[in-house]
Design a protein around this ligand. Sequence first.
Ligand code: NAI
Length: 243
Amino acid sequence: MNLQGKTILVVGGATGIGQATALLCAERGAAVIVADFNEAEGKATAEAAGGTFLPVDVTDEASVKALCANIARSHSKLDALVQTAGILKGAYVNLEDFELATLRQVLDVNTIGSFLCAKYAKPLLQKGDKPAIILISSPAAYGVSSSYAYAVSKGGVSALGTTMAGKLAPEGIRVNVLFPGGINTFMKRSVIEEDAVRKGQDPQAAVEAAQSSGLGEPMGVAKVLAFLVSDEADYVRGSVNTR
Ligand code: NAI
């Protein structure tokens, strides 16, 4: 599908699902802005997409505000925000040992980060054409998680997205929440490695086993995201699951 004329902000676009999404949206004709706190890989992705890189730390309100002010100057509008920035910490830690600081750190990136990006991107999206916001939750939100913090954070992302979907629809902004399955990215491989080490197994072998037994690829999710930001997804509402 054609994304010609669209300006799309991919937050967390340096690596993984965000990177694949930035590249695919660019291939389909969109002007892509990659925002991330990983400057080296963020710049490389933006360059490969023929787009723009802007630094951001989604946990820092001033940084998100500055990102959107920058976009207002350079692009004047946004047609879509895809918020993929996320972290997973505290995998396999028991409740009684779980550090509050870890919970706060994960909530700050995944949940507060999603809130801040949506909040400050909204005025730019209001100037866009059939604008869309896509947040990334996870089946972790349903209780299928290695980490208490990750589960809580993704439950928050789902609640934020579905609440925005209702509240922003009358303003013409479509909001979807995407639930990817296990996808072959840095984040997922790290958790598989941690689990293997915990069980005294070879981490590399564990990653290879997961890859050959159905771990999805970031580009598979990117294809769904590229559809969701397109005008063809105008009638898609609420939550969407992927492999
Ligand atoms: P990834 O680790 O490759 O990508 C995460 C990106 O977020 C990185 O580019 C990283 O630099 C950026 N980021 C992290 N903290 C940031 C901050 N404070 N400010 C700005 N950028 C920041 O991992 P992946 O898998 O591509 O993750 C993308 C999203 O998909 C995340 O929200 C993750 O929770 C979600 N997800 C991933 C699944 C998987 O199996 N890989 C499954 C379900 C959801």
